[in-house]
Write a protein that binds this ligand. Sequence first.
Ligand SMILES: [Zn+2]
Ligand SMILES: [Zn+2]
Length: 254
Amino acid sequence: MFFATGLSITAGYHRHFAHVSYKPIPPSGSFYLVFGAARCRTPFLNWASDHRLHHRFTDTDNDPYNAGKGFWWSHVGWILFQSRAEKQLTNVGDLMRDRWVRWQHRNATAIALVVGFALPALLGGLTTGRIFGMLLWAGMIRVVFVHHSTFFINSLAHMWGKQPYSRKDTSQDSWWLALLTNGEGYHNFHHMFPLITGMEFGGFIGTRRNGLIRSLKSRRHDAEASPCPASAHPESAHGSRGPGSGKAPSGNAP
Ligand SMILES: [Zn+2]
Ligand SMILES: [Zn+2]
């Protein structure tokens, strides 16, 4: 459950949906929506909207997790004290056209209860007979651990680490945060190259020595020159996409 929910946030919510940086193999898009909901956090459309704002307005008052307000605000304070009533979700119109995203948004709580808690308890009962042990470890403790390891990306990954790619904002690269978060800890790299997926560990293997960074910088400039949902124009629509198939019928926002 820890791996499935963490992967759903990194590969699904973040790279596929919020950044539209790749097209997943069916039915992995649906998997990401189901297990992303099992993480029991902010509704997905709110998450994607906040993340696009974070990239567009990093370290400013328009950045929901503005690291300039300190560790506790960027770690968890913004979730507890930020007004949800002000959220207009105007920058996720492209995601709202996806019927599976709308389905997940409507049923997020039910999915979280069934997949995030009932499923581990059932599997625990069937395999070991320890229903409450699995509910505790694969349900409750897993939620706390996944939450805080990913919250660290908004807090510590903007405070501690190195900035090998850019100093234009406070994002940092941290190998130990990357180990906790499927590579997300290479956050300076991500802010510099938000459309490149799966290359976060490039910093770890020393890409600067073999000339790869030069080509990545070229790619970033190409990306900035064209409309991009997360790095340049977060509110731009990108047409209908199914979470797994790459196509989905268009429809109204939820
Ligand atoms: Zn960031
Ligand atoms: Zn991002």
